[in-house]
Design a protein around this ligand. Sequence first.
Ligand code: GLA
Length: 366
Amino acid sequence: MLGMAVIAISSCGSNKKKEMVTTQEFGLSGGKEVFLYSLTNKAGNEIKLINYGAAIVQIDVPDRNGVKENVTFGYDSFGGYEKGDLYFGKVVGQYANRIAKGKLTIDSVEYSLSLNNGPNTLHGGNTGWHSRVWDAQVLKNTDFPAVRFTYNKPDMEEGYPGNVVAEVVYTWTDDNEIIMDYKVTTDRKTVLNITNHAYFNLHGAGNGDILDHEMMIKASAFTPVDSTLIPTGELRPVEGTPFDFRTPHTIGERIGEEYDQLILGLGYDHNFVLDNAEEVDAVVYDPLTGRVLEVITDQPGVQLYTGNFLDGSQTGIGGKVYNYRSGFCLETQHFPDSPNKPVFPSVILTPEEPFLSSTIYRFSVK
Ligand code: GLA
């Protein structure tokens, strides 16, 4: 393993001396260097990022008594990221979530993607953007600590057309918000669905399950799936179902119900159709610690995944073990399998119009 010496410290915002970004060596992947970026805001809270998969590694935020704890899944060393395949904190592309049978058609040309999830393609294929070393740049003269990651995806990598340039800027504000600004361009028509796959546990990552977390998702409908988790094309109203999180419910309250979609998904692993009517799209509250996570996005959907495939085989930061349902994800996105579902909002990216999008994870206490 490479040494962890601090190799650079950059202050940002000249009048805000306490905010800063430090850079450390973290590992090597295919001859490319992976760095760990620590961003400290004026409140003294810290997040950590790496340029492998443009990932969020750590988020240290206080509980209602001011006790700080890391609330997201990550690994202590680069080895974990190389071996781990559960997308901890990573940016997922070129198509986040599933594409049925790995097939898509653009202007009558059929493209075949690798199948890495039963009969389907999941999260960009075997070597999607989550497994790439992104270029990184610590931004200067910004109001808050910020890092830009860029990935130049060659034409036809993992079967997706287009030389694509994907960029995500992470900004860590003094209000404990992680702002993720995405910009993606292409030189020929292609499809795009990009998300961040952070897992959260507001007790602290590795401290029990998330079933007592109270969740609210401002979505009046969701997209039911088949047995391979591909949407059927239906937009089903949440009214009267265990998918109605328009008012707060704990994650665990209805997760064990004999409801077709909970059985197929082995719990919640579904795309919610966001109402997008208010600023905040989802709120999660941990009554034990008082920590609150708000998710704000301009995307039309969010995948609620309740860690149904976690099995304790992953050991993360500080030796913490990530057990069954010990983390949840709220992956802001376009709907799964949109390339094959003309009724869903379009995921076509053209050279004429860059994809611009923002999602915010905001932490607070109550
Ligand atoms: C997404 C998928 C899940 C699962 C996880 C990663 O959330 O929807 O089914 O594959 O990623 O384990």
